[in-house]
Write a protein that binds this ligand. Sequence first.
Ligand SMILES: [Zn+2]
Length: 384
Amino acid sequence: MFTADRPAAEILRVEVTDTLAYWTVLAGPTLTVVEDVDSFLCHLRFGRARAESTTKTYAGHLKRFHAWCGEHDLSREHAAAELSHYLMKLRTTPRLTSGRGQGRLPQDSTLGPALAAIHGFYLHLADLRRISAKAVDALFVTAPHPATGKVVLEPRIRVDPRPSHASGRAPAASHEEFAALLRTTKTARDRCMVALLGACALRVGQVVGLLREDIHLVPAGSTVPGCPYSLGPHLHLKKRDGHPRGAANKNRGTVVVPVPGPVVMLYADWMRERLSIPGAGEAIWAFVSFPGPTGEPGGQVLGTRRVQDLVSDLARDAGIRHIHPHMLRHTFGETAADLDVACDVLQRLLGHRDVASQNVYRNPSDARVAHAALAVNDKIFGPA
Ligand SMILES: [Zn+2]
């Protein structure tokens, strides 16, 4: 039986003219051109006018993919069905190359380009009819594009393209994105939950952990029995253990969150909608499930994942970028910081233990710094 060493592989710059080049992959004991990969990279550079640097990046990814196919003796056809195993291998292989991230496992955001290269490669093979419809089916689903309605091929396997929170803070959803999510909701419940995330800066775990008794939507000057707070509609975030779906409230002790008028109305709409859920009558939770498609009566507590999926689906239906619920909390934080809400006040609004946690929201512009200096001087010297 013929046994070779693990196949060696290289990428190589191919100069076509003085100014035009692309990158290709060589592999095997004698380092020969990998024909189908070369065909794709060539097509990318000259058929699709992609940059030389793109072909270099793709060549690097396809070199590793080709080596993996070789190690496992997989044809392109079979490798398509095993792509999730390849992704698993990438996820569990620390970076060998020097530089940032060396020795660490790759993040989803760095796996995205590898998948893009492989998906592009397979679409090319499909165009050339080098792989069967079955292999294409293993990799892609046809789905209508949410914005245009045109049917497109969507990869079945996707990774989260966002950089992880460790490499920077989660971006805030803009006011327009928040409004688009609200507009796209189909139920009063969802509208109210999205509003609580953005307009009250609640965390997902806090929304699903709210009990009906935590919500005191009484006008200013009135109180609820057992609660002395009289400054207007509000809710209480209480630390409780034992959420049936494991949601955690990260606050310590009890926090009072003022609830603005529009959210009060949305909650009233949800209370009316809730009456139509057979199982909801006895439920202690503020937000519960609707009746299920297979006859469940509804009224069950929600998990955090459910709300994350909801927000993500709303963003897709609205045709905007991916939105994670925490980006709505950041909307609140950034807006408050822009309005110069005092640090200690914002600390309480966001339920932060440490006053420095809000620093991510505070990047004052030169104009605001100049304005503040003038305001202080006006106090000291009197207005000019
Ligand atoms: Zn209260």
